[in-house]
Design a protein around this ligand. Structure first.
Ligand SMILES: NC(=O)C1=CN([C@@H]2O[C@H](COP(=O)(O)OP(=O)(O)OC[C@H]3O[C@@H](n4cnc5c(N)ncnc54)[C@H](O)[C@@H]3O)[C@@H](O)[C@H]2O)C=CC1
Ligand SMILES: N[C@@H](CC=O)C(=O)O
Ligand code: NA
Length: 437
């Protein structure tokens, strides 16, 4: 940081920006148009000193000064006091973030994919030089959840979080649910609106939500998790029929992220689940996100807001930047990750879940007794059952069963045994049910 000759001028903090896409261009816009206002808040003049992009001539949402644009990311890092990383991806981003942190330069990033794979390495690099590593934008976009989890709840014991933490998939599922839109059309719209990752497979397959789950769980449970610790399923298998059946039963299907303490550690999972429509998470629409946290003393807390998109995400990035600038001005060091608890991530098998299972079965006498026997053999009980004609084939019935809560491994073994029965023509869908209690 450089102090200007005139003592009345605030010291200048040079900000190097990596990436000027959906989010980066909005961050640049604020830095270029509201720097004086931010100086009044931080006591530091934030000066955009360089912007690294892949193609300096590419069209952008926001006009950026040509003299700041370069393809030389290392030069931007070396010429800055603090670095904002909004390129995404693992390589070469990891090396660039390390270059900054190793030089003692604080880094603000929205890159959950990087954090969920190399978070520990980056945290160590930051701790070694006292730099700050800030990533509010990496989990649930604009919603303040990283800092509340790290700071506000630091004196409590987080038991569980349930979150809708991917805007793209929530948008797609919501469109399918409310307008009957086709999956691919809804996804294309989410991409158009700037919600999706550069490769939207990361959203659809649940990887983006899984990365966020690992990042948030590391803070919630004072342990270091990677994306490999998260059991992950995407939304590709969710059909219009599943949505309609859920609606009929008073539920809605959402891609849910769960982090919860269990007997031998913590279970982390992401997948499509049925949530009661009246639950607060059931009412989260469009690209909005929400995180429902349960802590021992605080009880239930709800965090809600825009989980994706250029401007909302830029808000979280700028919040981190202002905070980093204040800390730098005060000579403060970064806050290291407290992962002393080292709680292991346990597999799905021992977790208590509840399943909604749709079966296409031969429509004849004695079928229900056969199914009931399979459930009994596995010690799994049925909570509700509905039967209707299978519109696809004559002589076949559709059975929609909801189990009581049971050990996940037992529930899945029951489904496999049902699949093996000659009277079961098809296991149409298997969706966990989350009551949110
Ligand atoms: N779009 C969103 O709603 C949100 C995005 N994020 C995260 O923010 C980051 C940026 O996301 P978007 O702005 O949506 O991405 P984007 O794809 O719109 O923009 C990426 C920018 O980085 C540049 N870039 C990519 N690779 C580069 C390289 N190797 N060298 C130099 N420049 C390179 C591109 O030219 C482009 O300017 C990602 O990590 C993403 O996961 C986080 C929260 C929400
Ligand atoms: N692709 C992500 C962007 C924000 O993290 C999402 O859809 O949530
Ligand atoms: Na956030």
């Amino acid at each position: 940081m450089t102090t200007t000759a005139h003592t009345q001028q605030p010291p200048v903090l040079k900000v190097g920006l990596l990436g000027a896409g959906t989010v980066g261009s909005q961050v640049a816009h604020v830095l270029l148009t509201r720097a004086d206002e931010l100086a009044l808040r931080t006591g530091v003049q934030l000066q955009l000193s360089g912007i690294a992009v892949r193609d300096t001539a590419a069209p952008r949402d926001v006009a950026l000064p040509a003299e700041l644009l370069t393809t030389d990311a290392d030069a931007v890092i070396d010429g800055a006091d603090v670095v904002v990383e909004l390129t995404g991806g693992i390589d070469p981003t990891r090396a660039r973030v390390l270059r900054a942190l190793n030089a003692g330069k604080s880094v603000i990033t929205g890159n959950k994919a990087l954090l969920a794979e190399h978070g520990r390495e980056l945290q160590d690099a930051a701790a070694a030089t006292g730099a700050q590593l800030s990533y509010e934008a990496a989990v649930a976009g604009a919603i303040p959840i990283v800092r509340p989890m790290r700071d506000s709840l630091a004196g409590d014991r987080v038991e569980r979080f349930l979150g809708i933490m991917n805007g793209t998939t929530n948008f797609v599922l919501d469109q399918m649910d409310t307008t009957g839109a086709a999956f691919d059309a809804a996804l294309a719209e989410a991409q158009e609106l700037g919600y999706a990752e550069a490769d939207p497979t990361a959203d659809v397959a649940g990887h983006d939500a899984a990365a966020k789950t690992a990042v948030l769980a590391s803070l919630a449970f004072h342990s270091s998790y990677t994306i490999d610790d998260v059991h992950c399923e995407g939304i590709r298998s969710v059909t219009a029929e599943d949505m309609a059946a859920a609606r009929e039963a008073g539920y809605v299907i959402k891609l849910l992220s769960v982090g919860e303490r269990c007997a031998d550690g913590v279970n982390l999972r992401v997948g499509p689940v049925m949530i009661p429509r009246e639950h607060v998470l059931g009412g989260v629409r469009g690209a909005y996100n929400a995180v429902f946290v349960t802590a021992a003393a605080a009880g239930s807390l709800m965090f809600y807001g825009q989980g994706a998109g250029g401007e909302p995400t830029a808000s979280a990035v700028l919040g981190d930047l202002v905070s980093a600038a204040r800390a730098i001005a005060l000579g403060a060091q970064g806050i290291p990750l407290a992962d002393y608890a080292a709680l292991p991530a346990v597999s799905m098998d021992e977790v208590s879940t509840k399943l909604a299972v749709t079966l296409a079965v031969t429509d004849r006498l004695g079928v229900l007794a056969q199914l009931a026997q399979v459930f009994a053999d596995h010690g799994v009980s049925i909570s509700t059952m509905q039967q209707s004609e299978d519109p696809r084939t004559t002589g076949t019935s559709m059975l929609r069963l909801v189990t009581h809560t049971g050990r996940h491994a037992d529930l899945m073994a029951t489904v496999e045994a049902l699949r093996g029965l000659p009277v079961v023509r098809d296991v149409v869908s298997v969706t966990p049910v989350e009551t949110g209690e």
